[in-house]
Design a protein around this ligand. Structure first.
Ligand code: HEM
Length: 276
């Protein structure tokens, strides 16, 4: 995964972005080798699941049991592809978002205090659960603001169809188009003082004044993130579980983002954990 992450990121930001897909490069052969390792591991897990008795209460079992309208099952290759997509889409993204959230919180004592205040008010001495999500509006704003400054998916790419226009100008079909969350989310037209970590900008109305697509960490359109709602709930609740009980003092040095497949910290992020 580390190799695939790094090399795919290099494809996005380096020479690979300009070369047609068929040109062989070292990076591309490293991606192929890493993909073979991931595929083999996933195939092993799938085979293990198939042998188990009865359906387990997990997503892979659901995929294995699924039938389409003609009664056909997913092929092994489809199961593998869905599983890899969910693993990458569902794991790296939320875990990196939490790392960036703690980094930002550690540097913003005022935000940390406001978050702790909300957790005390809403939860008292209970653990948070799904039903608390709607009340945890400040925690939601912390996660949204983290995804604004450190969008774990920082770049989207697509291929223009017939009739596509950008900024009013026609695009020849087949043109590759890149749009960057990183750049758009730091545009002062939509986010005054864009470098500031300020959950308050999402306000009690949840940032209704911010135009659609000024903030798009989950992409958009028909291929938008399938797990967007799940990811928000998961990230907010994990943050609430931890922040209710602990303070994480992340070491104060600057952490620079590395544009791999997801936005990664440039070094190990160490923190001192203190009970609150
Ligand atoms: C903070 C967490 C997450 C972020 C920032 C994120 C972001 C994204 C983005 C930007 C896309 C591509 C959208 C596009 O091409 O327009 C995407 C696709 C996808 N995501 Fe997420 N995601 C997150 C969490 C999750 C979780 C938790 C799951 C599953 C449980 C998930 C499942 C998927 C899937 C299946 C797709 C592919 C959708 C398709 O191609 O039709 N994601 N995600």
């Amino acid at each position: 995964m580390d190799v695939a992450q790094r090399e795919i990121g290099a494809e996005f930001s380096g020479i690979g972005a300009l070369l047609p897909d068929w040109v062989p490069t070292r990076g591309r052969s490293r991606i192929r080798r890493a993909a073979a390792v991931i595929d083999a591991e996933v195939a092993r897990v799938v085979a293990e699941h198939r042998q188990g008795d009865g359906e387990r209460p997990d997503l892979l079992s659901r995929l294995l049991a699924a039938r389409d309208e003609t009664g056909a099952r997913l092929s092994d290759e489809e199961i593998r592809d869905e599983t890899v997509t969910l693993y990458i889409g569902g794991h790296e993204t939320t875990s990196s978002t939490l790392v960036w959230a703690w980094y930002l919180l550690a540097r913003s004592p005022g935000v940390r205090e406001a978050l702790a205040g909300e957790l005390d008010r809403v939860l008292g001495d209970r653990e948070p659960g799904f039903d608390d999500y709607a009340q945890l509006t400040y925690a939601q704003a912390v996660v949204k603001e983290t995804l604004r400054l450190y969008p774990t998916i920082w770049l989207l790419t697509g291929v223009a169809k017939e009739g596509a226009r950008i900024g009013g100008l026609p695009l020849p079909p087949g043109t590759r188009v890149w749009s960057s969350q990183w750049a758009t989310h730091r545009d002062a037209r939509w986010f005054p003082e864009p470098e500031e970590f300020r959950p308050e900008r999402w306000g009690p109305d949840g940032g209704d004044g911010i135009p659609e697509y000024a903030w798009f960490p989950f992409g958009g359109g028909p291929r938008a993130c399938l797990g967007a709602r799940f990811a928000m709930v998961e990230t907010v609740l994990v943050l609430a579980v931890l922040a209710r009980r602990f303070d994480l003092d992340v070491d104060p040095g600057e952490i620079r983002p590395v544009p791999a497949l997801t936005l990664q910290p440039d070094r190990e992020v160490l923190a001192t954990v203190r009970a609150r």
